[in-house]
Ligand binder design. Structure first.
Ligand SMILES: [Zn+2]
Length: 328
């Protein structure tokens, strides 16, 4: 066979087609010339990395707009606005809500759960992103909660059947004693009452099924994950330290809300703090140790995926976000 090109009829068709293209008016033949409607959706919100032998998947719950100039305390609105402007951030600040899924190889552990429907339509994407990331809620063995605010427990979802039917939910005892108390709910008023209701409705189904177990202080919960009490933001706020083969990631919940402001000046607090003095002290203690130890933190409200290192910089810290990685 001499000819190993296209058959003659195919060549002829191609020639005819290119002649047509030559004479066609722009936009008539080429669909790429049409005005494509904007898609206006984002990619599945998960980020995956290895930490030693553990697989870490950050799940985005979405974002929420926070008027942080009015929320930050131990500073002034004018100072906050100036710092935000210097960081090219408008107010309100579009703020991430992140949850963290750790596969230790023997246990699948979810740390915080996002807001579900408690904070409006821009949040509540954690479950869809968990599924998009290749897991099912039935596979989750344990759920550790940093604290019982709605944007951390909402994803447990009120009602039956439980969204995570096989999971045991765990949190520090001061936290559950405070938020799950019928007496505290009774006494609370206004927004505070809403907070108690959100916590209790999110947790109730797990408590009833015997699937909630409090712990006290600093304990190893599964091999490679331990709690560290950082009380202040709420009565039992806890960090979770994840460690494998010498690599360490500390998940710090709401120890920080506004990265652009509070990394540079960790003494700045937020009105969501129950005890802002204690919260500030825990933030500063944690940041100091993180910078000194050279390990990573993951924070619920730092821009997705919220994982990075800290470098000491004067009285504050510089945030060094994790490098993008694709697992291979
Ligand atoms: Zn929060």
């Amino acid at each position: 066979m001499k000819s190993f090109g296209l058959p003659r009829f195919a060549r002829r068709t191609l020639l005819a087609a290119s002649a047509l293209t030559l004479f066609a008016l722009p936009g008539m033949m080429n669909p790429a010339m049409a005005a494509a409607p904007m898609v206006k959706t984002s990619a599945p919100g998960y980020f995956r990395m290895m930490l030693g032998d553990f697989e870490v998947t950050v799940l985005s719950d979405g974002t929420v707009d926070l008027p942080v100039d009015k929320l930050l305390t131990n500073t002034t609105p004018a100072k906050t606005l100036a710092t935000l402007a210097a960081n090219y951030l408008p107010v309100p600040v579009e703020t991430s809500v992140n949850a963290y899924l750790i596969n230790t190889g023997s246990k699948l552990v979810l740390i915080d759960t996002g807001a579900a429907g408690l904070f409006g339509p821009t949040l509540g994407k954690m479950l869809a992103n968990l599924k998009a990331s290749g897991y099912t809620p039935e596979q989750v063995d344990e759920i550790y909660i940093t604290h019982f605010h709605g944007d951390h427990v909402g994803g447990l979802m009120a009602g039956e059947p439980r969204v995570f039917p096989n999971a045991v939910v765990r949190a520090e005892k001061h936290e559950s004693d405070y938020w799950l108390s019928a007496e505290n709910l009774e006494k609370a008023k206004g927004d505070e009452r809403g907070g108690f209701l959100a916590a209790q409705t999110s947790l109730n189904a797990y408590v009833k099924a015997g699937k909630f177990k409090a712990f006290e202080g600093n304990v190893e919960l599964v091999p490679g994950i331990k709690s560290v009490a950082t009380l202040g933001h709420t009565p039992g706020h806890s960090n979770y330290v994840v460690e494998s083969r010498g690599q360490k990631l500390m998940l710090i919940g709401d120890l920080i809300h506004v990265g652009a402001v509070q990394f540079a000046d960790p003494s700045i607090t937020i009105s969501f703090d129950k005890d802002s003095k204690a919260a500030s002290a825990e933030r500063q203690k944690t940041f100091k140790d993180v910078a000194k130890g050279g390990y990573m933190i993951g924070a619920a409200h730092i821009q997705f995926p919220g994982i990075g290192h800290l470098r000491a910089n004067g009285k504050g810290y510089q945030w060094l976000p994790v490098n993008h990685t694709e697992l291979r």
